[in-house]
Design a protein around this ligand. Structure first.
Ligand code: MTE
Length: 320
C-alpha cells in the first residue's frame, strides 16, 4: 500500500545510514534548485526524492522470505560508500577509459529536458519526458550493492522507481520478450564515442522481460538524496543489482521492446568474454577477472563476492 514502508532484506533504512556528506548534499541540492534550468522537478516530486520513505512504492517483497545471507540490513547499514568515491571513480566509456576523468568530462552532458523514446513492440511508440516520468512514478530510495565485473564494488543509495512501473507506462505488446536500452549517441559531447576500438556505439544493454519485471530491477533518477550526477548516468539510468555493473546502463535515450535477444555492447565488443546474462556468480570466472572476491571502493581488504551479489533469495528463482 502506498505510504507504508515495508523493510525487506535488501532494503536499508535510509535515516539510519545517511553519512553527514549526504545530508549536506541534500541541503546543497535544495539550495541549487532555484538555479536549475528546464529540468526542475515539481516541488512535490523533489520532496519525494528527498524524503522517499513518505512515498514508498506499492511494490514490495511482503511475500518474500527474509534472507539470512550477508546482504541484510545490519551488514550494509554501516558500509554505504562515500559519494566522494562513487562520483569520482566511474565507468562511462562514452567519455573515455580513465575512470578519474569521467566526472570532469561528463559535465558536458546536457541533462535538461531529457526525453526517452519508447519503440518496438508497443501499442503505440512514444517519446516520454523524463521530468514527467519522475512526477508520475512512486519514488523511493533503495540502497543496493553495485558489483563491477572488474571486481570493485560500492554500496549506493539510489532514488527512483521499479523498472516495471516504466514498462507498464510503455504498454508493451505480449509478444515482447526482451527490453533493450540504448544510451545517447553524440561524439561531440562524448569523445569516447570517437574511439573505434569500442564500436559499435551506442552502448546497448538488455534484460529478459521476466528480469525486467522483477521488483529489484530499478530505474534511478537520483542518488544520495539528489539528482544523478552526469558521471553516474544522469538523468536516468538502470540499476540491476544482481548482475555485473555493466548491465546498469547510464543516460538512457531509447527503450525498445523486442522479440529476439539483442546483442549488447560488451557482447559485441568481446563476444568470448561477455555474455548476455552476466549474473554475479563468484564461482564462474568472468571476462578477464576471477570473480570470487571484490574490494569495496575506499577499502583495501578483499571481501567474498556473494551469489547474485547477495540477492539470491530474491532472484534465484528467475533462473531455476
Ligand atoms: N553505461 C554506459 N552508457 N556506458 C558505460 O560505459 N559502464 C557500466 C555501467 N553503465 C557504462 C554504463 C559499468 S562497466 C559499470 S561498473 C557501471 O555503469 C558503473 O556505474 P558508476 O560509474 O555509476 O559506478
Amino acid at each position: 500500500m502506498f505510504g507504508i514502508k515495508i523493510f525487506t532484506d535488501w532494503d536499508i533504512p535510509e535515516n539510519n545510514i545517511t553519512p553527514e556528506e549526504i545530508y549536506l548534499n541534500r541541503r546543497k541540492f535544495l539550495g541549487n534548485v532555484g538555479k536549475l534550468g528546464g529540468n526542475i522537478l515539481a516541488l512535490s516530486t523533489l520532496s519525494n526524492l528527498l524524503n522517499p520513505k513518505e512515498v514508498f512504492s506499492v511494490n514490495s517483497f511482503s511475500n518474500e522470505s527474509i534472507s539470512q545471507n550477508e546482504n541484510n540490513i545490519t551488514d550494509l547499514r554501516d558500509k554505504i560508500t562515500s559519494e566522494v568515491l562513487t562520483s569520482s571513480y566511474n565507468n562511462f566509456y562514452e567519455f573515455g577509459t580513465n575512470k578519474s576523468d569521467i566526472s570532469f568530462l561528463a559535465k558536458k552532458l546536457p541533462v535538461e529536458n531529457w526525453k526517452i523514446k519508447i519503440e518496438g513492440l508497443v501499442h503505440e511508440p512514444r517519446i516520454l519526458d523524463v521530468d514527467k516520468i519522475i512526477q508520475a512514478m512512486p519514488l523511493e530510495q533503495r540502497v543496493y550493492r553495485l558489483r563491477c565485473v572488474e571486481t570493485w564494488s560500492a554500496i549506493i543509495p539510489w532514488s527512483g522507481f521499479p523498472l516495471r512501473e516504466l514498462i507498464k507506462m510503455s504498454s508493451p505488446l505480449s509478444t515482447a520478450r526482451y527490453i533493450k536500452f540504448k544510451t545517447f549517441i553524440d561524439p561531440n559531447i562524448a569523445p569516447g564515442q570517437k574511439n573505434r576500438f569500442w564500436e559499435p556505439w551506442p552502448y546497448v544493454e538488455s534484460l529478459s522481460m521476466s528480469e525486467a519485471m522483477h521488483n529489484l530491477a530499478f530505474v534511478a533518477v537520483g542518488m544520495y538524496g539528489h539528482q544523478l550526477n552526469p558521471q553516474n548516468g544522469a538523468p536516468i539510468r538502470l540499476v540491476v543489482p544482481w548482475k555485473y555493473g555493466f548491465k546498469s546502463i547510464k543516460s538512457i535515450d531509447v527503450i525498445e521492446f523486442v522479440k529476439d535477444r539483442p546483442n549488447t555492447f560488451w557482447q559485441t565488443v568481446s563476444p568470448l568474454e561477455y555474455d548476455f546474462w552476466a549474473n554475479v556468480e563468484p564461482d564462474v570466472p568472468y571476462a578477464k577477472w576471477d570473480q570470487r572476491f571484490e574490494v569495496l571502493l575506499g577499502k583495501t581488504k578483499k571481501e567474498k563476492t556473494m551469489l547474485y551479489n547477495g540477492y539470491a533469495a530474491q532472484v534465484a528463482k528467475l533462473y531455476s
